[in-house]
Design a protein around this ligand. Sequence first.
Ligand code: FE
Ligand code: FE
Ligand code: ZN
Length: 273
Amino acid sequence: MLYLGCHLSASAGNVAMVRTAEQIGANTFAFFTRNPRGSKAKPEDPADCAAAVEALNTGGFGPLVAHGSYTMNLCTADSDARAFAAEVLADDLRRMAALPGNFYNFHPGSHVGQGMETAVEQISAALKKALAPGYPVTVLLETMAGKGSEVGGRFEELKAIIDAVGDNHLGVCLDTCHVYDGGYDIVHDLDGVLSEFDRVVGLDKLKALHLNDSKNPFASHKDRHECIGQGTLGLDTFKKIINHPLLRGKPMILETPNELPGYAAEIKLLRAL
Ligand code: FE
Ligand code: FE
Ligand code: ZN
């Protein structure tokens, strides 16, 4: 099954997102669990969550890929800010229990001079604390472009967090723009990158993808998304990804610079590949 979708606004609630997804030909989607540039979350609405779960089931949706706030940095050097980020993570995971069986993806963080080893320890500690046993959510670490002191630009860094947490509630979301900007050449050697991922992390941990073309050249460590087929990855790369047997059945989320009509067109374009 090809599960394709995009980022949707959560402001009108979960059921509204399911309906919007259906209108644009999506059978999965992503949404921010709270203000992506802040930390404010909407009040919880159990009835809306229950109705959304029902609508997702009857609509044949694949797993959703919720996205944590960009400002949640679990490895910031400021200990108060770090503690606050850990609380935000714990609250997000607790809220995700109302949408059981879906994914929660976040950016591991930026170590801002503390070093990768300290960052891995701090991120793992926050995850261990937030992951209550029995939570029906799988937490995904996103592959990053390795911009500045970003954690997650190398598969080894994600593996180190997964090992330190030692919990099978963790997986990885592979962002095509980020890995290419990060120095993994999915344009010329998709199979090689996937086998490197398998060697370092294990393909069983690869749970979802972000489909983004890139405005920047290979290994630029920049992270600027482009519309599908209009960047340095090119349409051929997405054709290979969409049809790759090892990636089949995983939710694929567009985070391209588009409004809804643009997303609908990209979903259509990708399905035709
Ligand atoms: Fe992201
Ligand atoms: Fe992404
Ligand atoms: Zn990005």
